[in-house]
Ligand binder design. Structure first.
Ligand code: EPZ
Length: 422
């Protein structure tokens, strides 16, 4: 991966229209699901980002083939290997999603402990617990997990906590298992729902869409589904919306995942962000702002609560809001590293403990050299650099490229002064 940085000249407003790309966190499990289907699967609105390209290379190594053209993806063939490439999986937490489909399809999976964002202790017991309940034998070493089962058998299982990819793995294992599986404490995020809709369109029997109790009746095989359009990326849309609000810009964002963003728009009202959502056109317009106000009560949670993936952009918004805001993220304990960078840029922020930060605003931000720590923090620091007076340099851009398609081109089209330097 070439080492690159962004150089951003901040302090200007943006103007224009930007379109959301497809959702990374919907596309990843759906690509993993194609392991269960032997025919050709066609997907649309697939984001061309590093995490997706990595997963596609991993499933190619397992025996599949693919063509990725624009945002259209065709995946064909069958898996013959149960052991994903370790050098690729070690960078991608989503490679955990291969465990369920591989053990279901081939009776065996050997997966290296995955990497991904360093945002705290992220146990995988929800995954292993679910697969074990369906009859898989689980063996672990220091750096790999081996799962085996002659045939998975449906069970009434309760996830140890509401886990997004844990729910997805359980679903992927259950659709071809013998009998009925109940998944209690299922996650309900729109990307989990997109996976359910995709599997159902391929002949899976799943009920309880959008609820915390999914029931899966095992079927003998899945068939070739009709072309599936991946839902738009609500995280990306909200990131652009917050970038626009905080730079006092007129920006329209197209292709909105309203189910994901409803809570964010509600919070926008509370802090006085001037926005207009048009359900007919499915666009979100951010207009010129009057005074932004602090959020007294702010806590992330599982869907439909405020998403943890938007905690960091929200904090930048609060640096420009009048009053004192509490940012509370009970989920991840390692997701506040970016706060130190914001403080260096001039934010008045105090880290209370691994889950809570207090921010008092508004304070002007000043451009500087900043280091990105995880995917969402990286995008957040871009927003901060757009607000800040002067020049900022953001390094480790490859972390941002994992999850945002052409972020600097999209921002340039809105008039931002951002350059990629290899
Ligand atoms: C998914 O990760 C996403 N990844 C993450 O997005 C996202 O931050 C996360 O869900 C939460 O929405 C993908 O979809 C590929 P978890 P996942 O198991 O499935 C604790 C991004 O930037 N927790 O749902 O790994 C739990 O113990 C990535 O795109 C609670 O404490 O996440 C675990 O350590 C980063 N309480 C951690 O959170 C809860 O109620 C992760 O949860 C639920 C979870």
């Amino acid at each position: 991966v070439p080492v690159a940085k962004f150089i951003i000249q901040g302090g200007h407003s943006l103007r224009g229209t930007v379109r959301s790309s497809g959702s990374k966190n919907a596309a990843l499990p759906i690509i993993a699901a194609t392991i269960l289907i032997d025919g050709t699967v066609e997907l649309g609105n697939v984001p061309n980002i590093a995490d997706i390209r990595s997963l596609l290379e991993i499933i190619r190594g397992l025996g599949k083939s693919y063509e990725f053209d624009g945002d259209s993806l065709k995946i064909s063939g069958s898996v013959s290997s149960c052991e994903p490439d370790r050098s690729l999986t070690s960078h991608l937490r989503a490679s955990l999603l291969l465990m369920g489909p591989l053990v279901s399809k081939l009776g065996k999976a050997v997966v290296a402990y995955p990497g991904g964002c360093h945002i705290g202790h992220r146990p995988i017991n929800a995954h292993l617990d679910a697969l074990h309940s369906l009859g898989a034998k689980v063996e672990e070493s220091d750096d790999w997990i081996r799962l085996s089962a002659k045939k998975l058998v449906g069970a009434d299982l309760t996830l140890p906590e509401i886990s997004v990819t844990g729910t997805e793995n359980a679903l992927l294992a259950a659709v071809l298992a013998d009998g009925v599986t109940t998944i209690r404490l299922s996650a309900t995020e729109p990307h989990v729902q997109d996976l359910v809709r995709f599997l159902v369109s391929a002949g899976a029997d799943i009920s309880g869409l959008g609820s915390h109790n999914l029931a899966v009746k095992g079927v003998g095989a899945l068939k070739t589904p009709p072309k599936h359009r991946i839902i738009p990326d609500g995280i990306e849309a909200a990131t652009f919306a917050i970038a626009a609000a905080v730079t006092n810009s007129n920006v329209t964002i197209e292709d909105i995942d309203f189910e994901y963003l409803a809570v964010v728009l509600k919070k926008f009202e509370e802090v006085n962000v001037n926005y207009h959502y048009d359900p007919e056109k499915n666009t979100l317009k951010i207009g010129k702002q009057s005074e932004l106000k602090a959020t007294r009560e702010f806590k992330t949670g599982t869907h439909p609560a405020f998403p943890t993936d938007l905690q960091a952009p929200w904090a930048v918004l609060m640096t420009q809001a009048k009053g004192t805001s509490l940012i509370h993220d009970p989920m991840f304990e390692g997701r506040q590293g970016y706060i130190r960078e914001l403080i260096r840029m001039g934010a008045d922020a105090t880290i209370l403990d691994p889950h809570r930060v207090i921010i008092t605003g508004p304070t002007p931000l000043i451009g500087t050299d900043i280091t990105t720590l995880d995917l969402r923090a990286g995008a957040t620091l871009i927003i901060a650099a757009l607000v800040a007076a002067g020049t900022s340099t953001i390094d480790k851009v490859e972390i941002i490229d994992r999850g945002y398609e052409n972020i600097e081109k999209k921002l340039q089209a809105l008039g931002a002064n951002i350059k990629r330097v290899e």
